[in-house]
Design a protein around this ligand. Structure first.
Ligand code: NAD
Length: 291
């Protein structure tokens, strides 16, 4: 399978990171979103991030220019018809993802590979709603995409070997490392990471520590580069809650119940960095804990 053109659905923090690394690796990238604002913001963010890589000596000015030239944007899913690989990276809600695949399918070539960057939703179930479950996989990047080395590759029950191998080759061309995960709720990284973040929110909820003491404890006491609440803000609290709900529903174990305080932040629209407020308030010069 010769993959040259990649369609990315969803231009949020993950979609723009995926477009960035794909373009740098020489793929033609078509980035789509329902929101014109999101597409405009994504181009600005990618340009800024590429510029930073130039200033750090990681890439040349030419590579920066060439990468940006490889990326086009559209609000129409039907424009993705000639893509060889689709990476869906829209909001972490199953109904949203299903609707995207449903709208996209009539426009695609029969050989196009479909993938989702979902953090937790069943690949087998998403695949079963398409006309090509054997050409469907989980392609799970880590945040921030240009920096993080790992990509989890998740086979659905029907995924065939040529599809898996084609995706693995893409990961190699990105100079990243693939880890193979089975299709169970939240796969490997988030199965382990999210319960830790949720437990940090419980620790805050029960008054065991403040935002600052919890994050300081895990940074200085467990050598984590970021505290769990800082990390939750970085990931997006809506995404964290959605993943906990998938673990809770999918594994039917009360140990995965989302902390009510996490739900409350999401209901307030305090989703972390992307809305400028979460466990920290980012509207000033330095982040200020909100509890
Ligand atoms: P985000 O909220 O930053 O971006 C989501 C984007 O999807 C938005 O721009 C929104 O306008 C767009 N969107 C919503 N409905 C759409 C539709 N019908 N068609 C096209 N675009 C649509 O979210 P994100 O953090 O970029 O997460 C995207 C996906 O990546 C989710 O599945 C998430 O679980 C996964 N993921 C997130 C992280 C993380 O750390 N945030 C890490 C790995 C994977």
């Amino acid at each position: 399978m010769n993959i040259q053109k990649v369609g990315i659905v969803g231009a949020g923090q993950m979609g723009n990171g995926i477009a960035h690394v794909m373009a740098l690796a020489g793929y033609d990238v078509l980035l789509t979103d329902v929101s014109a604002d999101a597409l405009e913001k994504a181009m600005i963010v990618m340009s800024g991030n590429l510029e930073r890589q130039v200033s750090r000596g990681k890439i040349t000015e030419d590579e920066h220019k060439n990468a940006l030239a490889q990326i086009t944007t559209t609000q129409k899913l039907s424009d993705l018809g000639d893509c060889d690989l689709i990476i869906e990276s829209a909001t972490e809600r199953e109904t949203v993802k299903q609707a995207i695949f449903e709208d996209l399918l009539p426009h695609l070539k029969p050989e196009t590979i479909l993938t989702s960057n979902t953090s937790s939703i069943s690949i087998t179930r998403l695949a079963s709603r398409t006309d090509r479950p054997e050409k469907f996989m989980g392609f799970h990047f880590m945040n921030p995409v240009p920096i993080m080395q790992l990509v989890e590759l998740i086979r659905g029950i029907a995924t065939d070997e040529p599809t898996y191998n084609a995706c693995k080759e893409v990961v190699e061309r990105l100079n990243k490392t693939a880890a193979s995960a089975e299709d169970f709720p939240a796969f490997i990284v988030n199965r382990i990471l999210m319960p830790m973040i949720n437990e940090a929110v419980y620790t805050l909820y029960e008054g065991v520590g403040s935002v600052k003491s919890i994050d300081d404890s895990m940074k200085l006491g467990a050598n984590h580069p970021m505290g769990p609440l800082e990390l939750a803000d970085f990931i997006g609290l809506d995404t964290c809650l959605a993943i906990m709900n998938v673990l809770h529903d999918g594994l039917a174990d009360t140990k995965y119940r989302p902390c009510p305080l996490l739900t409350k932040y999401v209901e307030a629209g305090w989703l972390g960095r992307k809305t400028q407020r979460g466990f920290y308030d980012y509207r000033g010069d330095v982040p200020v804990p909100t509890r």
